[in-house]
Design a protein around this ligand. Structure first.
Ligand code: CTP
Ligand code: CA
Length: 224
C-alpha cells in the first residue's frame, strides 16, 4: 500500500513514442538507412509503462524485442512513420520523438530490382516531412520531447532545435564518437528546456531513460 501512487506517476498519461531508424527504399531489396539501434526509444517505452503510462511505440526496423506493456506499431519508412504518428497523435498527452528519421528519401522507388551497369548512378533525394515539428505545431499540441543527434556544438545546436521546432524539451547527444549515442548501450545526454538544463553523464540507456522520465514528469506537470 505504501507503493501505489508514488510508483505510478504516469498513471492515466498517454504517450506516443517514435523509435529506431527509418529505411528509405531504393528498390524492393535495397534501402538507405542509418545506425540507430532503437534502444533509447524502447528503453523509454519500457520505463514509462512501468511508471504507469499508456504507451504506443511507433518503431522503425530494429532487432529489439517488443516492450511487454507498450503497444508496438511497426513501420519501415519516414512516410509510414509520419502516417502512423498523425493517425494517433490526437489522443496522446506526450509525444517523444526518439526515432532517427531519415531526412531524405530517394525521389524514385524502382518497382523492380535495379540492375548494375558500367558507370555511375545519380541518386536524387527529396526531403521527408519533419514529424516532430509537425506535431509540435498542432493546436492543441501534446507536450513534446525531441532528441538532437549532433556531432558538434551540442548545446547550441540542440537549443536551436528546441526553439525552431517549438518543443517543450530536448535531449541532446553527441553521435559518431566514443561518447555514446547511436548503436550503443550507453549514452551521455544534455536535457534542455525553455529556462533550464541538466546534464546526464554517460550511463546505460535504461538508466538514462529513468532520468529522462523523471525530468519529463517535472516539466509536464508544470506545463499543465
Ligand atoms: N525528427 C522527426 N522527423 C524528421 C526528422 C527529425 O520527427 N523527419 C525528429 C527526431 O526524432 C528528433 C528531432 O526531430 O527528435 C531532431 O532530429 P535531428 O535529426 O537531430 O534534427 P533535424 O531537425 O532532422 O536536423 P539535422 O538532421 O539537420 O541536424
Ligand atoms: Ca535529421
Amino acid at each position: 500500500a505504501v507503493l501505489g501512487i508514488q510508483q505510478q506517476p504516469f498513471a492515466g498519461v498517454r504517450l506516443l513514442i517514435t523509435a529506431g531508424p527509418t529505411h528509405e527504399a531504393l528498390d524492393p531489396v535495397r534501402f538507405i538507412g542509418n545506425r540507430s539501434s532503437g534502444k533509447m526509444g524502447y528503453a523509454l517505452a519500457q520505463v514509462l509503462t512501468e511508471l504507469g503510462a499508456q504507451v504506443i511505440l511507433v518503431s522503425g526496423p530494429t532487432a529489439l524485442p517488443a516492450p511487454p506493456l507498450a503497444r508496438l506499431v511497426r513501420v519501415e519508412s519516414a512516410a509510414e512513420m509520419h502516417a502512423a504518428v498523425m493517425e494517433r497523435v490526437g489522443e496522446c498527452d506526450i509525444f517523444i520523438a526518439a526515432a532517427a528519421v531519415a531526412d531524405y528519401r530517394p525521389e524514385l522507388q524502382a518497382s523492380r530490382k535495379l540492375k548494375k551497369h558500367s558507370g555511375n548512378i545519380d541518386l536524387r533525394l527529396v526531403p521527408n516531412p519533419d514529424i516532430l515539428a509537425e506535431v509540435a505545431a498542432r493546436n492543441p499540441a501534446p507536450f513534446t520531447l525531441g532528441f538532437a543527434a549532433e556531432t558538434e556544438a551540442l548545446e547550441a545546436n540542440a537549443r536551436a532545435k528546441l526553439n525552431n521546432k517549438g518543443l517543450d524539451m530536448i535531449a541532446a547527444n553527441l553521435v559518431g564518437g566514443a561518447e555514446g549515442g547511436f548503436d550503443r548501450d550507453d549514452n551521455a545526454l544534455l536535457l534542455l528546456w525553455g529556462d533550464g538544463q541538466r546534464e546526464l553523464p554517460l550511463m546505460p540507456k535504461h538508466q538514462a531513460a529513468r532520468e529522462i522520465a523523471r525530468a519529463l514528469m517535472q516539466r509536464y506537470v508544470t506545463s499543465t
